[in-house]
Design a protein around this ligand. Sequence first.
Ligand SMILES: C[S@@+](CC[C@H](N)C(=O)[O-])C[C@H]1O[C@@H](n2cnc3c(N)ncnc32)[C@H](O)[C@@H]1O
Length: 468
Amino acid sequence: MSRKMKNKVVKNLKIEKIATEGKCLGYHEEKVVFVAGVAPGDVVDVRITKGKSTFMEGTPIHFHEYSSERIEPFCEHFGTCGGCKWQHINYDLQKTYKRQQVIDQFQRIAKVPLPEIAPILGSGETRYYRNKLDFTFSNKKWLTLEQIQSGEDFERNALGFHIPRMFDKIVDIDHCYLQGGISNDVRNELRAFALANQLSFYDIRNQVGLLRNLIIRTTSTEETMVIVQFGELDQESIDLVMNFLKEKFPSITSLLYVINTKGNETFHDLDLVTFAGKDYIEEEMEGLKFRIGPKSFYQTNSKQAYELYKVARDFAELKGDEIVYDLYTGTGTIANFVAKKAKQVIGVEYVEAAIADAKINSEINGISNTLFYAGDMKEILNEEFISSHAAPDVIITDPPRAGMDEKVVQMLLRLEAPTLVYVSCNPATQARDLALLDEKYQVEKVQPVDMFPQTYHVENVVRLTLKK
Ligand SMILES: C[S@@+](CC[C@H](N)C(=O)[O-])C[C@H]1O[C@@H](n2cnc3c(N)ncnc32)[C@H](O)[C@@H]1O
């Protein structure tokens, strides 16, 4: 970006509407200006941080007018913590904007004939709805400008969330409204214990330090899994921390730790140690039990996951004699959820531990018409796989944010299953895939679902049928 552009301030920018990724947009000299932390109707001065030939990006530095759509955010960490970017917008409007996002992405990217897009299915709970949170320990606590300017000495160890775009800065979280149960207490008590015992918090830049990461998973059946990641093999200190958690929180049903000295925080490839309790937690849905291991994906809003799965099952229109493929099955939740209404369900997923859980989930629920396979979708879903299994009547696909690999989409086009149900957490990549599927499929129904209140994220279910 040119020096001139870098110091540029756009004055009195009227914020017109919501754009993607939680940002809003306004227009200046025929260019679109994307701005974060504002609401449609605000009038702001914006410092430009990025300038391209067709658009600019910036941050608000002064508000002239506040939109009537604004409400007071309820969390003290709003604005610094990147978690709930839409707390300043009332929930009804959040839902309107999320549905609009689906419409905009589908019109802009998919460009296929569309039915009426149903009103979004709102979440019953708009706070404390998450069943999983991931906190990072850091010796680089984020300090506000006022704190720095005060000249006072502040504790620099923190346990909380990453500041957006600053990988080594952590907002120290005092209360998070996303997860209920004992989540806030576990985090705060563990931090206090670590500080009192002078245990080292991770130095993300230099990759040293004992305490690295804390994951808390809860269920609607009141089970809690706590996983502590340590950056150093110091067994005495590890035992000190784990015994503290075990004694202080007897309601933790699954207490684990992992020693991770790698460059990143993922632990899919590492062995976890079960310190106390079971090595899994169990969720329940329609009388079905779902076992969730520490490495397995499970939809993070359990109550709304039930609503989402009901939509997927309705869209599949199963009569009982169908062969169903459940692609990106995770722990086989959708597969097991629809199994009663199908002849056979085949689930595919690349995390082996999740597939092991998927099989157990069938077993503990007495479901015998499921088969599960672990592998990368674009490799496993090949001619050999197809010829050794019955052809699918219905395919349910629920890929990660990146959407489906083009090879997978091409395979779906070759398979020609009469019905396709596409569950997505990213309408942009879903729209891209719909454009490819348009060669043989038409979009029949679209149902956005809100799994993540206070954020711009939207889940969306599409029913497609083969064109005649
Ligand atoms: C959005 S989750 C859906 C999980 C499941 N359908 C559910 O509702 O619990 C996407 C899943 O895709 C899996 N996955 C991601 N990339 C994959 C790939 N290339 N091949 C197979 N599975 C993949 C992830 O591990 C994750 O479990």
